[in-house]
Design a protein around this ligand. Structure first.
Ligand SMILES: [Fe+2]
Length: 388
């Protein structure tokens, strides 16, 4: 019998397209339809009539198990619904309709969430995935337009079953309507599954994209600091390194109001597993006005003071946030904080971010929905920042 074993889930939202992925139990064909639905005061899926009007469709008659289709010619900032279909000799399956929202235009507000360690923590976790499910459920309550995962989605990326156990099953109801991006953590082990399951721009372990007024850059810190050299690199964070050169050229080319970078190993954490070597990235991040860096790896929450030139700079610093996410290892903290630590707590959590052209609101929320940290960054027309 043909069944859907993963997804469907959403990838790489743009103003006029969305990539839809799913996995089937057998090699099968793929089709995705995007539908418009009429708004009413109450009814199907939160104030929509049952969607019937197909506005875009895409199909692939070739057989595969991991399906990836990009639906095009959509309108920006618009809520649609989608259906997916697969068929082979063993049967036919479909799923939907599920909501999707295209990317907002420049100048329009949006929100996103950040978490990580759904698998990295689970290696120590006795809760049978309860924490992972709670974190996904809490993020869903905030209805983010997209979400970032800062690595260690799985315990062992080379183990196929891990992807279902730690990520796709607990996250199913969330990623069905929330496009997501991830970076490689050490637990992914640079496995081919990462490259198969996610639809990021090549080479996929690092890439960048725009959403509204934010330019996001994903880096692969496990490539900068190879496992055999961890936690000290062999001096690869410099020009001539393909990923470093990509970072510089990419930052040079963007004129986005906000710049956010995410990668797994934390350059600043008052706890274990800090990878100081990654501070070699800071000069270029500072030069091009990066606002926030998200990291993970140390399974706690920690927000740094704004830092520039290796010291606190309340006017123009970068805030480094370790969103160690779906777990909590209080013992990994040092007994006391470091100079760069602004706020920190070892609880399972995610970060919720609301973005407008000149204000970034960040909130850290625990697995039961309690707010435990907040920061606002306001940016003047001269680019000057205020941390509130
Ligand atoms: Fe890690």
């Amino acid at each position: 019998m043909l069944t859907i074993v993963k997804g469907p889930y959403l990838q790489w939202p743009t103003e006029d397209s969305m990539t839809i992925m799913w996995e089937t139990s057998e090699q099968a064909s793929s089709r995705a339809d995007v539908l418009m639905a009429e708004r009413i005061h109450s009814g199907y899926q939160g104030n929509y009539k049952k969607p019937e009007h197909v506005v875009s469709t895409v199909s692939n008659k070739g057989y595969c198990t991991i399906h990836q289709l990009t639906v095009k010619n959509l309108e920006p900032s618009t809520i649609y619904f989608y259906n997916i279909y697969s068929a082979c000799e063993k049967g036919e399956i479909e799923s939907g309709p599920h909501p999707l929202k295209t990317a907002v235009r420049k100048g329009e507000p949006f929100s996103f969430t950040v978490t990580s360690e759904t698998g990295g923590y689970s290696g120590f976790d006795q809760s049978n995935g309860r924490i992972n499910r709670n974190i996904f459920h809490q993020m869903q309550r905030y209805r983010p337009d997209l979400t970032l995962f800062v690595g260690d989605l799985v315990n062992d990326g080379q183990n196929y079953d891990d992807w279902e156990k730690y990520f796709f099953r607990p996250g199913k109801d969330f990623i069905i309507n929330t496009p997501f991006y991830s970076c490689l953590g050490n637990h992914e082990r640079n496995a081919s599954w990462y490259y198969d399951f996610f639809a990021y721009d090549p080479p996929k372990n690092y890439y960048s994209f725009d959403y509204g007024d934010v330019h996001f850059i994903c880096l692969d810190s496990t490539d900068f600091i190879k496992p055999e050299h961890y936690p000290n690199s062999a001096g690869e964070i410099s020009s001539g390194n393909a990923q470093y050169d990509f970072l510089v050229q990419d930052l040079e080319a963007t004129s986005a109001a906000w710049k956010i970078v995410f990668f797994h190993y934390p350059p600043y954490i008052s706890g274990g597993y800090q990878v100081e070597e990654l501070r070699k990235l800071s000069p270029v991040l500072e030069q091009y006005g990066v606002d926030v860096v998200f990291n993970s790896h140390t399974i706690v929450y920690e927000r740094s003071h704004p830092i520039r030139g290796g010291q606190i700079d309340e006017n123009d610093g970068i805030v480094y946030i370790v969103a160690g996410g779906a777990g909590a290892m209080p013992d990994w903290f040092l007994p006391k904080r470091e100079w760069h630590t602004s706020q920190s707590l070892a609880v399972p959590h995610f970060v919720q971010v609301v973005v407008t052209s000149n204000l970034l609101e960040l909130r850290a929320i625990d697995e039961e929905g309690r707010l435990f940290d907040a920061l606002k960054i306001r940016k003047g027309t001269n680019g000057r920042k205020e941390f509130l």
